[in-house]
Design a protein around this ligand. Sequence first.
Ligand SMILES: [Zn+2]
Length: 421
Amino acid sequence: MALASEIGRKDGAYKRAVELLRKAPLIDGHNDLPWVLRKAAGGDLAAYDLAKVHPETDTDIPRLKAGMVNVQVMAAFLPSEIANPATVTLEQIDLIRRMEALHADVFMPIRRATDISAAKRKGKIGTLMSVEGTVGCEGSLAPIRMWHQLGVRLITLCHNGSLPWVDSSTDKPISGGISNFGHELVAELNRLGIIVDLSHASPQAAHAVVNASRAPVVLSHSNAHALCPHPRNAPDSLIRAVADSEGLIMATFVPSFINAELWRRIEKVKRAHWPKADPAVIAALDDPPEFGPLPSATLAQFCDHVEYMLKLVGPDHVGIGGDFYGGPQPVGLEDASVYPALFAEMIRRGHGEQVLSRLAGANFLRVMRKVERVGRTIEKERQPALKTRVRRHTRRPAAKARPPGEILGAARMAAAKPGKR
Ligand SMILES: [Zn+2]
């Protein structure tokens, strides 16, 4: 099988990109491989064997190596409305730790910024553990501290659903930004030296967090809203605010976050046929005939987002967070081997080593160092926060998790016994 990285390998720009990535750290801000492994193999890593190329999906050891990835942020992702979120979060963390242990010859856990250069020196792929969505903390800060103990160094505050303490960009707001507990959460993440990630947060929530945070914050996998008005993308004002925090926005490969026409078409199809379906599922469908073929997102369009961000906030505040998730990817960004091709395209567009090495990873490294420093300062100032537990946080209705028959049954029972409420 031809790896995506083999396309254009003879090109001079490609060779220069490879040279660049030999020297510069390449740190990718988001990969959902742990969820893919959970779904594909029930988390059975020996059965799945990451050492082999898995052409049906996008990330495995051979392609991370071909992609010259120095550090991959591995997301302990879970959907906002999953049952038993505290357990699932731990299962996802456990999966990442088992992956690190089973492939200890390849992966090196990244627990502090200094580990990154060590991984590069040893020729290993650093794995930096993140949790995507704090639903599993269940409104308490103690689990957050335990996730930190287990090695989590970046936390995405929410996913596609709003939580009682932070509003999502793709759901109805609950607190109009972040709640009091949301403020406590940000303060505790600052104290622990965990990077706060605002991808998925609503712009209002994100601005509130930027204002509250004492450390730089990131958008680990988001694009420019000005080029593609998907709600997951960041408006200029938010990109500027994140840059002002000394943080960065990490441009992402998700096709509908890149190509505005594709996003509009998916919305149209969704409205017409699948009002509740996941955009990734829609994008995977064979061109719904009544709407014509879906337009493609491309590597060139991705680079347009990167260049837009560079122009807006300068080279110190932009990075890359691919967000491979086992679904459809843009043309030219099909799998984890594409990073040299991506940098070759940026070289062809006239960007120099100074800018590209910061884009590749130097910016993320700077943020991680600063977040650690701020954490050490705050740790001297105060003890872990205790009186912040949300005791009556509202549970989101579990309707989606239940089979329809059960809901129907419950409704019938309610109708049959009008006196019982
Ligand atoms: Zn995400």
